[in-house]
Structure formats: structure tokens, C-alpha cells
Design a binder for this molecule. Sequence first.
Ligand code: NAD
Length: 248
Amino acid sequence: MTEISRVALITGAARGIGRAIALALAQPGLTLYLNDVVIGEEAEKTRQEVEAKGADARLLQFNVADTAAVQAGIDRIIQESGRLDLLVNNAGITRDNLVMRMKEADWDQVLEVNLKGAYNCIRAAAKPMIKQRGGRIINISSVVGVMGNPGQANYVASKAGLIGLTKAVARELASRNITVNAVAPGFIETEMTAALPEKVRAEMQAQIPLNRFGTPEEVAQAVVFLAGDAAAYMTGQVLHVNGGMLMV
Ligand code: NAD
């Protein structure tokens, strides 16, 4: 975190990569809002783990695709904490199928959560960031948003869209001292990839020069870097964390 960064919001933070980002950022003096659409045992466990690292952790339920709910959530942050220094757009879903068989509802849902969700959060977060003359926005994209992947047209479109969104908003907000970057993870060990059949996992691993899936903690370190003072001169960039699977 930058020296002035005191309040952060991570979407989809109950588990997986979002949880790892929260734990990696957690430190005394930081208020961390952990958003998820489902606030249950997982989210509460994450909150306790983040608090154990000295941060003030608060659960914040909303669906990132629900524009009014996002605005209400960010309004609550400003009412309670007076500012918002860091937004990490991490919430994401998959509804995989070949494009010929992909249901319109599955296309819409993935775009609504993964891409419109980020737009909703950026729009609501940019206002306080502009007012306080600084902030950081980090969007979690994916390697497949750059490479493509069969069976994931909706997800790939959303993740490629996030990269375009990152670049456009980076140009819009740079003069306000707000940086906007993306992290593009490769295949990471989370519930999202645990659901894949063993044969598919083996095929994926064969494409990775480092010959293993990454960990959520390894993705989180890229976010910590982009959120910190060391990345002050970076904006509109995509940081790839993929074991060498794609070299750009
Ligand atoms: P995950 O499914 O383990 O966790 C995602 C979290 O987001 C869950 O807690 C879920 O409840 C929450 N969420 C889902 N929809 C939401 C909504 N509408 N509003 C708020 N929260 C919502 O997934 P993960 O693997 O930790 O993925 C996190 C991000 O990283 C996603 O954007 C994903 O696309 C991206 N990513 C993952 C991988 C991977 O290999 N796991 C690779 C590249 C990118």
C-alpha cells in the first residue's frame, strides 16, 4: 500500500484469489472491506484471518453486477471510513460452453459480473478517489483474455474487456493521480480450477513452462506490488502471473 493508503475494497474476497489478496495486503492501520455476494462461513473465516494480521476487516455484501447495491456499498465505506484508497476488482465467475451451445443467459451473466461489475465498482469508487486526489484500481483479468481459450467465449470476452477498460480508465484518471492496472493470472489453484477434470488439468499444466499451477498467494503479490509506492509510475499496464504460459 502507498503511505496514504488506508482504506481498501476487494470484491469476491471470501475465498480463492480475493482472500489471498486480502491476507497479503493486511497490516495494522489498514481498513479492509471484504466484499462478496455470499457472506457466510468462508467470508467470516477470511475476515478473522485478516484481522489476525492486524488490519481492521469488515464484511460488505453486494452483488457487483447490481449497480445500486455497489453504490450503496461504496457509500457505506465513505460514511464509515471517510475515504477509499484502493479498489481491487476480483469478483468473477465462469459459465463455460462452446459458443454454439452457449446459452444467452450464461453469456449475459458472465459479462454482467466480470465486466459490468468492474465498471460499477470503478464508477462508484472514482468519485471519492478524485475528491481525495489519489487512488489505485486493480482489475483481475486472466491470461485467457489475451490468448483466447476454447469453451470460454463469454469469460474470455469479459477478461479481454477488462483489459480495455483498464487502459481507458487509466487514461481518464491519470491526471487525478489515480492509477489503474490489471493483473492477468494464468492457471491458479483455486475452487474455480479444482472443478476441472484431471485430464484437462494435465493438458493445461503441459502448456506451462514452470510446469505447475500458480498459487493465489503468487497472484496476490502482484497486487501488493501494484498497490504500493513501488508502482507509482505504472498505469494502464497488465501484469502477467502465469508461469511463462504466455510471454508478451
Ligand atoms: P473463486 O470462485 O474461488 O472466488 C470468487 C469469489 O467471487 C467467490 O467468493 C464468489 O462468491 C465471489 N463472487 C462471485 N460472483 C460475485 C458477484 N456477483 N459479486 C460479488 N462477489 C462475487 O475464484 P478465484 O479463482 O479466486 O478467482 C478470482 C478472480 O481471479 C476471478 O475474477 C477469476 O476470473 C480470476 N482468475 C482466476 C484464475 C484461476 O485459475 N483460478 C485464473 C485467472 C483469473
